[in-house]
Ligand binder design. Sequence first.
Ligand code: PGA
Length: 255
Amino acid sequence: MKKLRKPLVVANWKMNILPSKACQLAEEIKNRTNNTGIDIVIAPPYTHLALMSHLSSADFSLGAQNVHSEVSGAFTGSISVDMLKDLQVQYVILGHSERRESNINENIFLEKKIDNCLRGKLNIIYCCGESLEVRQRNEEKEFVISQLEDSFSKLKVWSPQQIVIAYEPIWAIGTGLTASAEQADVIHLCIRNWIADQFGDQSAHQTRILYGGSVKSSNAHELASKENIDGFLVGGASLNVEEFSVIAHAFNHII
Ligand code: PGA
């Protein structure tokens, strides 16, 4: 079955890799993924972005792992949308569960961050996903939809070119446990239906919904074959060129 949307695979390096090693790893990833016909984003720590900005090209885009909710000002230790844009950064990951866990106020600021990013023409990769307790109560659909409602309630126009959703069940992140392809596809469809209800069928049809949570070479093909899975947000396996290249090529036979 052909993919309806151009697949996107994102390398989320988290707090790994020294700046001095970042360009080499990015070059290796670029050389191994430049013929996949899909979009690739590499999201290193902030400290690496300036060093890597000359490398981003048609082969991959640069992403950041977070951004501040204010445009500028006295916010020690923070980074703005304009600063990222000035370094050719095209995507930013928002609402990652690791950030929501380390900062209880993260949820509150997401709406403003989304607004700033969209105004500043910085594409967003919005993360959502339930904990193990929520899944055990069979409330994962309601939970994910409530996250979307909280973050996008004031949005008037949904731009599928600028908004990517990443479904990342918390119980699958860095644990080696992966949602089965069926489990992921069910939630992806539910997210797509929510977008259709709120913003229309065309927005829903064009929006890329990524899966994240222990994606690796051994499960990427099965996940990629699902109709509503349009790409991956890859943590641990994105630090290994071999693994990441197999994951990026998982969409080869279906695009
Ligand atoms: P993981 O991380 O692939 O190491 O599970 C995914 C993520 O947190 O984005």
